[in-house]
Design a binder for this molecule. Structure first.
Ligand code: PLP
Length: 458
């Protein structure tokens, strides 16, 4: 019999989480205006809102916190992180930032001008926000297979080369400052891109002289999928695969709250000295001096160790296979989920789960709320609410997929928690036809509305 995976760590400290009754949750979610971001965390039993900054650090990382150097300029912790970033990514220049969107803000301040076009694979919401905020346009060039949750494809995060070349040909090249390649592709369901695709996209970008930047929040998880699914990589180490991925790009923005295995942090790494020089100005303006960029010294030290740990096969196997464990259970119960199962989260297909709720009544949001009320489990809608309104027409944008994401924090929950989630969803799925009405929006912000939007129940 083949041995199953097992976590390459044991537990040294535990944190209590609170259970509550369904009656309590009905009351709490109403008080939160039916926005899961408005809930206090102690009103949540299993928190799958995000895998961002919610993971557990290792004893080595906590040890590093004690020896952090808090010097304003030139701290040891900065130098340690810079060295690790160079070793892992190969990029020469490095700027710390307080999180991923801050890295986008700094880099895009250099690269994005009004009227520009920035192609990519289903840009993450903050990435798109930072592009649109500068009156530029993000164009989605993800392969079509990504938009059908039932299609089996090993690399649904791939970019469609035809779509990308069409964008290159339809616009003057000087209007396309760079492309964003998101690995793994969060918005498409935590789906990886293949090395072959990354290589081909890189070659096409070179042909048109357009830089390629990775949105690399989950680069380690992407590397794990390449090792598991792409011929020729099964005997390569994760660190070798990561190095090869980045060798095809000009730089990266990083949310270290994901594969950095820390609770807060981010950075930019890149090869172009001139872009780096311009970015330092914005980094000082928005983030802090270039040797801390909004991060504590101790946090930079912990991130250096986190990057090393997240690029180890045994860690990645337990991480990604735990998500697959939950996903496969749901599949066996007939619950419609994005397949294959992504690296960091389960994506429920709300169009198939609750088709009786009209899309105008935010069926993804309605499903996410039901999961909270029934199980005390907090997920998040990745659908019409998140997609915001069209900046010009102010109409709702209806994305191809209406999803509810249950993100699994790293090294945090056990497989018993996964079983609890699976049974909760099975029970909701069995009564799904009873749900016929959703929610109306009563208040919303002009951009990135999902964080603060208020709903009323129809
Ligand atoms: C989380 C994330 C970001 C933004 O990073 P923050 O640290 O949350 O600011 C950007 N891109 C992707 C793909 C992400 O998952």
């Amino acid at each position: 019999m083949e041995l199953p995976y097992a976590e390459p760590y044991k537990i040294k400290m535990v944190e209590s989480i609170k259970r509550s009754t369904q009656e309590e949750r009905v009351k709490w979610i109403k008080e939160a205006h039916y926005n899961l971001f408005n809930l206090d965390s102690d009103k949540v039993f299993i928190d799958c809102l995000t895998d961002s900054g919610t993971g557990a650090m290792s004893d080595k990382q906590w040890g590093e916190m004690m020896v952090g150097d808090e010097s304003y300029a030139g701290s040891r912790s900065f130098l340690k992180l810079k060295k690790t970033v160079k070793e892992i990514t190969g990029f020469d220049y490095f700027l710390p930032t307080h999180q991923g969107r801050a890295a986008e803000n700094v880099l895009f301040s250099v690269l994005v001008k009004e009227g520009d076009i920035v192609p990519g694979n289903s840009h993450f919401d903050t990435t798109k926000g930072h592009i649109e905020f500068r009156k530029a346009t993000a164009v989605d060039c993800t392969i079509d297979e990504a938009f059908d949750t039932a299609v089996q494809h090993p690399f649904k995060g791939n970019i469609d080369l035809k779509k990308l070349e069409n964008v290159f040909q339809a616009h003057p090249i000087e209007k396309i400052p760079f492309i964003v390649f998101t690995i793994t592709c969060n918005s498409a369901g935590g789906q990886p891109a293949s090395m072959k695709n990354i290589k081909e996209v890189s070659a096409l970008c070179k042909q048109y002289n357009i830089p390629l930047y990775f949105d690399a929040a989950r680069f380690s998880e992407n590397a794990y999928f390449i090792r598991k699914r792409e011929a020729g990589y099964e005997h390569r180490s994760i660190k070798e695969i990561v190095k090869e991925i980045f060798s095809y790009g000009d730089g990266m923005t990083m949310s270290a709250k994901k594969d950095g295995l820390v609770n807060m942090g981010g950075f930019i790494a890149l090869n172009d000295a001139s872009v780096f020089k311009q970015a330092t100005v914005f980094n000082i303006m928005f983030e802090g001096f270039i040797t801390y960029g909004g991060m504590n010294g101790r946090d930079m030290g912990a991130l250096a160790i986190g990057l090393d740990e997240s690029t180890e096969f045994d860690y990645l196997e337990s991480r990604v296979e735990q998500v697959a464990y939950l996903g496969n259970k749901l599949v066996s119960y007939g619950v419609p989920v994005q397949q294959p199962i992504g690296g960091h989260a389960i994506f429920l297909d709300a169009n198939k789960f609750v088709p009786n709720i009209p899309r105008e009544e935010y069926r993804g949001q309605a499903l996410a709320l039901e999961i909270y009320v029934v199980g005390g489990i907090r997920g998040v809608e990745i659908g019409t609410v998140l997609a915001d309104r069209d900046p010009k027409t102010r109409e709702n944008r209806y994305p191809a997929l209406e999803l509810v994401r249950l993100a699994i924090p790293r090294r945090t929950y056990t497989n018993n928690h996964m079983d609890f989630i699976a049974v909760t969803l099975k029970n909701i799925y069995e009564t799904r036809n009873l749900a016929k009405t959703g929610y109306n929006i009563v208040e919303e912000a002009p951009i990135m509305r999902h964080f603060t939007v208020k709903f009323e129940k129809i």
